[in-house]
Design a protein around this ligand. Sequence first.
Ligand SMILES: [Zn+2]
Length: 344
Amino acid sequence: MNNIDIIRDLPKLDLHCHLSGSIRPETILEIARLEGIPHHTDDLEEFKGYVQAPSECKSLKEYLQRFELTLSVMQKKEYLQRIAYELIEDVSKQNIYYLEIRFAPFFHLDGGLTFDGAVEAVLAGMEEGRRDFGVISNLILILMRHHSPQKSLEAVKQGKKFLNKGVVAIDLAGNEHDFPPQLHREAFELAREYGFHRTVHAGETGIPENIITAVKELHAERIGHGVHAYRNQEVYDFVKEKGIPLELCLTSNIQTKAIESYSAHPIKRYLEDGIVVTANTDNMTVSNTDLIQEYEKLVTEIGFSLEDLRRVILNGLEASFASEEDKDHLRRLFNEKFEIHFSK
Ligand SMILES: [Zn+2]
């Protein structure tokens, strides 16, 4: 078996995957047509250019524009359920056995859905996917930096009823430059009190210091991206010493101009230096990638060995917000599958 076949075959997990960035282009187009949403073109190949970011985006802002259309097709219960279900089907083909999906319920209320209705729809699709494809998945509720602290608090309070019923954590995402993490401290404190896990997008396109703030003030257990940790020695040492897992997303980091090129990405340096790195997709559609392609890039562009990949996968398993029972199951399953490709 060559390396590419082995990469395909490896058991995988993805901890950082946005639902709105990972919808099949054909589904976006179909719903846009059905709902009469303006969609540039009816030609699927051409349409993909409007929902996938170019490999050379000018900025995070240009990257984020891709989400305007995807969010517009996620305003009804049946669509949210279908989109979540299809994502599970798609990841099952990549040998992903565990997936953490994240979405911001407040972005899905334009068509009359309630907060609860939106969460229930996504959970229903995930559950259906688990039944049909055997993929275990959990949901992370995203709070937005530019929303008011009160709105974040409200999300935590409303999300509580789903805790450990498919929802496991909260996240903070959005404009890192204008809205510091501590604005949402109260929401994260309440979330911790309730028993939500916490992850926070920080140090993605600058401001590495946000990583320390996210951990100290928002009680983040993991950091979304954190790719810029290397730019501040204090932050770097902090992440390393505390063993804070970083949810790195290679292709996305390059498209958003967080990092210049694959070869300039610090993931290998981080891994070799003992930082807990994980490799994820961020947005399968918008970044036009999947986890197989991300692992291939790690090997071909960054010089990862298969053993490095195994470490990254196992880091992900331990850093996941899965229940202890699911983790035990995944540990057994992954070790069984690793035995095919690795001598002990
Ligand atoms: Zn993200």
